[in-house]
Design a protein around this ligand. Structure first.
Ligand SMILES: NC(=O)c1ccc[n+]([C@@H]2O[C@H](COP(=O)([O-])OP(=O)(O)OC[C@H]3O[C@@H](n4cnc5c(N)ncnc54)[C@H](O)[C@@H]3O)[C@@H](O)[C@H]2O)c1
Length: 349
């Protein structure tokens, strides 16, 4: 496997080091060669060279089996330009239309909800990843004055909505799940979200064993906290998916636990923890590496290396149950020591 590694900024670097240690160890144990190509693309690189990524950067990334990103974001780059080019740019240029975010509580102890545990918090979110309000279509008129007008358009295409909804149903089918819930705001956003309604009603009957339901996103935000056990598969747009998966991160025990994949099935895809670069924690050996480590498990699952993926998940579960973790989830270990514990467990496999 050839993997492009962009550790990025802040704690992205700390957690990527651990995730790559874990990936190498699972490769050793299962006899699979893993070649890592570390790319320097980051705020430091941008501030030093003026380049966010090289002119052929996206084409270069396409040649790898997968891409791993730690996190991007640095207060010295106030317009976040490098993060936009590297992360959003790769999502758009490689057409990574599926943002896959599993939300699974590993241990009851980490539940932030009263009387809700591992049996209640176990679902996946599919967020549309190439359209919506993140396409940067719009403009500002009379900027900086009291007459300023700012327009940010939301783009929804039949092709884009159809392929993410279909992917959610296909995931349910292939994983033996029976419920898909689509969230939109079609009561208030009557143009774009009418398209989501239409496509959902068109696709759902093609999956007869699966119950298709709909919720408005505001109701879903409430139910995710009140009754998360009702969900198996959620599908929604770019903005709403971004927001509810942070709720999902909290349900799993914190942002440090959440993993994600940015996927175009069958093509080079990108895997990253859900959290950002958390500048105050950077370089202090305190960041939780589990979100990054579980992102390598998603990468292996997507590349068809199921046993390796399961071995990583099992080692993480063991570490969490044994309390051998960083302090954000109640342990006493540093980032490196938490990574070492997981590696040790995998090597015992
Ligand atoms: N995908 C990405 O690369 C990504 C995602 C979100 C934010 N960002 C960027 O990251 C920077 C910081 O953003 P933010 O502070 O809003 O979000 P953040 O995710 O970096 O941090 C939010 C909170 O979660 C905690 N946290 C996050 N990850 C953790 C971990 N692994 N272990 C322990 N605690 C953890 C932090 O201490 C902080 O309190 C910004 O520049 C933002 O643009 C990048």
């Amino acid at each position: 496997m050839r993997i492009a590694v962009i550790a990025g900024d802040g704690i992205g670097r700390d957690v990527t080091a651990e995730a790559m240690k874990v990936l190498q160890s699972v490769g050793d144990v299962f006899g699979r060669r893993v070649d890592l190509e570390h790319l320097p693309w980051s705020a430091d690189h941008y501030l030093k060279t003026g380049e966010t990524l090289p002119p052929n950067g996206y084409q270069f990334l396409r040649e790898f089996d997968a891409i791993f990103v730690g996190a991007l974001g640095d207060p010295r780059v106030s317009d976040n330009r490098h993060a936009r080019d590297i992360l959003l740019g790769t999502r758009f240029e490689l057409d990574l239309y599926v943002n896959y975010r599993p939300v699974r509580l590993i241990d009851d102890r980490l539940s932030p909800l009263k009387d809700r545990g591992t049996k209640d918090i176990n679902f996946v979110v599919f967020r549309e990843n190439t359209e919506g309000v993140y396409v940067s279509v719009g403009g500002r008129f009379k900027a900086g004055t009291e007459d300023e007008v700012a327009i940010q358009e939301e783009v929804n295409t039949y092709k884009g909505v159809h392929r993410i909804i279909r992917h959610a149903f296909e995931h349910a089918k292939t994983h033996g799940l029976t419920k898909v819930c689509m969230a939109d705001k079609s009561n208030a956003m009557q143009q774009g979200h009418a398209l989501w309604q239409r496509v959902f009603k068109e696709v759902a009957p093609q999956f007869p064993g699966i119950t298709a339901t709909h919720q408005y996103i505001d109701a879903m935000a409430m139910f995710l906290v009140k009754d998360p056990g009702q969900y198996q598969v959620i599908v929604t747009n770019n903005l709403f998916g971004d927001i509810i998966t942070d709720i999902g991160g909290a349900l799993q025990g914190g942002l440090g636990m959440a993993a994600s994949g940015n996927i175009h099935p069958g093509k080079t895809s990108l895997f990253e923890p859900v959290h950002g670069s958390a500048p105050p924690l950077a370089g202090k050996n305190v960041a939780n590496p589990i979100g990054a480590i579980l992102s390598t498990a998603l990468m292996l699952e997507t590349l068809g290396a199921r046993d390796e993926s399961k071995a990583i998940e099992a080692a993480v579960e063991q570490a969490v149950r044994a309390g051998q973790t960083t302090s954000d989830i109640g342990g006493t270990l540093g980032t490196r020591e938490a990574g070492d514990y997981i590696v040790k467990h995998i090597r015992k496999h």
